[in-house]
Design a protein. Structure first.
Ligand code: AMP
Length: 299
């Protein structure tokens, strides 16, 4: 099983043409809906009593929610705006609400999960999950600028305990103080992770370990409607593929990056998690094969 800790919340998003208000979002929501196509996934998270029932039902139909607690109060909310360059996001407001009091608990069913995704949430919560987990096979962690600014040291402790750091280029630069992504990768390996994947939005990703380097383009999408959650959906495809193959090898890591691109490319085609609701496993495999074909030198 994959267990993911992260946010479950309500996003308000402005794009150059549209505004959506209080739609389902959060790092754990995006991640788990994406990873559930590949492998059973459970969430550790918190929502407030105001969380819409329709979103609970939606998540419940695909994901194990036994690790989600309901606190009195308001759910996590996030307001952001994308400019004409749809890859540039400005955060307008982050309302932590019930997250401020959250005490994550790994229920009995989750304690011995083999695969842990420590998604974007307070690093103290990520550490609390790590303290409870029993012998996870693979720990993948991510964060966002907000937490690097607020709790850098705690996130460095998370990295020290992780096998894979999956992070976007801006955040890695902020964390390391270094601009060049090849150098950033080496720095992360020196911090002790076995592997780092730097996500670069529409420009793809760079995977590095001590034995290999794998640069890859993103799947080209003609109409990007809403890039929110692309990083988390990427992580869902990435860890989902590793969990279903039950193997962490150079080959499966590279394939996992491509499944990351595939899931990221689907999520940006519609607002919120909407594209995942109509998605089939056949479409995922078809896009994976198409990706291999269009990136092959030999045609
Ligand atoms: P991504 O676009 O992959 O970086 O993920 C965006 C998701 O992360 C949104 O759905 C937000 O609700 C959530 N999010 C934004 N800021 C934070 C934060 N500071 N902590 C946790 N989750 C966040």
């Amino acid at each position: 099983m994959i267990v993911a800790i992260g946010t479950i919340g309500l996003d308000t998003t402005y794009t150059p043409t549209t505004k959506v208000t209080e739609v389902l979002g959060g790092s754990a929501a995006y991640f788990s809906l994406a990873s559930s196509f590949f492998h059973p996934t459970g969430i550790v998270g918190v929502i407030g009593t105001d969380f819409p029932e329709k979103y609970w039902k939606l998540l419940d139909s695909k994901v194990d929610l036994r690790g989600v607690q309901v606190y009195n109060g308001k759910s996590f909310r996030y307001v952001s705006r994308f400019g004409f360059d749809i890859n540039t996001r400005t955060t307008i407001k982050t309302e932590l609400n019930v997250l401020e009091r959250f005490q994550p608990i790994l229920t009995d069913e989750y304690l011995s999960a083999e695969y842990l995704y420590l998604g974007n949430i307070d690093p103290d919560h990520q550490l609390m999950v790590l303290e409870q987990a029993v012998n996870p096979k693979l720990i993948v962690s991510d964060t966002i600028n907000f937490w690097i600014d607020a709790k850098r040291e705690q996130f460095m402790n998370v990295i020290a305990k992780s096998h894979v750091l999956l992070i976007n280029n801006e955040e890695m630069r902020l964390l390391s103080g270094v601009n060049n992504l090849v150098k950033c990768s080496q720095i992360a390996l020196d911090w002790g992770v076995n592997c780092i994947v730097i996500k670069k939005g529409e420009h793809g990703a760079l995977l590095s370990s001590n034995t290999c380097m794998f640069p890859s383009p993103a799947y080209p999408v003609a109409e990007v409607v809403d890039p929110t959650g692309a990083g988390d959906a990427f992580a869902g495809g990435f860890l989902g593929h590793i969990a279903r193959t039950q193997a962490v090898t150079e080959q499966t890591l590279k394939e996992a990056v491509v499944y990351g691109h595939v899931m990221g490319s689907f999520i940006v085609e519609d607002f919120s998690v909407n594209r995942l609701l109509s998605l089939s496993n056949a479409e995922i495999e078809e896009r994976f094969q198409e990706y291999l074909a269009i990136t092959s030198l030999t045609g």
